[in-house]
Design a protein around this ligand. Structure first.
Ligand code: IYR
Length: 228
């Protein structure tokens, strides 16, 4: 298909065309994809088996293709492979997590995550070959030092993380959506500028040869869907 362009009020548009499938094909494709994505699990037991850096770069490309408010793409993906940095992150995260588990989280919260059997120990922060730390840009700084707004930043970065998780699963790797709290230590260790705030810490790699995950049930369609 030859590329087509037009100009609207001085702004360039390009023709977008996508393949049209029959209803039978739509049904089959949507079901196949559901089955594939439904097999994704959050994993906490990582193998230290290396993953090529080029794979991780493609995953970040996929994540960064997510829609964002005013197409600002208000995100940075920090990919940490360096063993010393991973160790620093583990030590800092475990310090915060220990304080959270022992003093900051309510009984109700601790009770809610009991089925996951997590605690403040985070060995995966060193075992996983990569840590992807996602930062959201609350605003941008122009070359002259003035601030420029971003829009729907949390929604946008949430979408990019969703894209990242599906890309990781599709590639055949596993991930953990880890939220050490508070996360400011990541800005310090990774020396991020003041307009970037840590959003999610995502260890990525292969699962352990023997990996166990909580036996969780997902809500059925009836519980999550309202048809009008
Ligand atoms: N952030 C802590 C605790 C934790 C909180 C929730 I909500 C979870 O779904 C799982 C864990 C941790 O990562 O251990």
């Amino acid at each position: 298909m030859k590329a087509q362009f037009k100009t609207v009020n001085g702004f360039k548009f390009e023709r977008f065309q996508t393949k049209s499938f029959s209803e039978t094909e739509l049904l089959k494709r949507s079901k196949t994809y559901f089955e594939k994505i439904n097999a994704r699990r959050t994993v906490r037991e990582f193998s230290d088996k290396p993953v090529p850096a080029a794979v991780i770069r493609n995953l970040i490309r996929a994540a960064s293709s997510a829609p964002s408010g005013a197409h600002k793409q208000p995100w940075t993906f920090c990919v940490v492979k360096d063993l010393n940095l991973k160790k620093q992150i583990r030590i800092a995260a475990e310090k915060e997590e220990r304080e959270s588990y022992e003093n900051r989280m309510s009984e109700e919260w601790l009770d809610a995550i009991k089925p996951l059997q997590t605690d403040w120990n985070k060995p995966f922060l060193e075992t996983a070959p990569y840590l992807i730390i996602v930062f959201k840009h609350s605003y941008e700084v122009k070359p002259d030092g003035t601030k420029k707004n971003n829009y729907y930043v949390t929604e946008s970065v949430g979408l990019a993380c969703g894209f990242l998780l599906t890309a990781i699963h599709h590639a055949g790797l596993v991930a953990l959506t880890h939220t050490p709290s508070p996360m400011n230590f990541l800005s310090d260790i990774l020396k991020r500028p003041a307009n970037e705030k840590p959003f999610l810490l995502i260890p990525v790699g292969y699962p352990n040869a023997e990996t166990w995950v909580p036996r969780l049930k997902r809500k059925n369609l009836k519980a999550v869907l309202v048809e009008y």
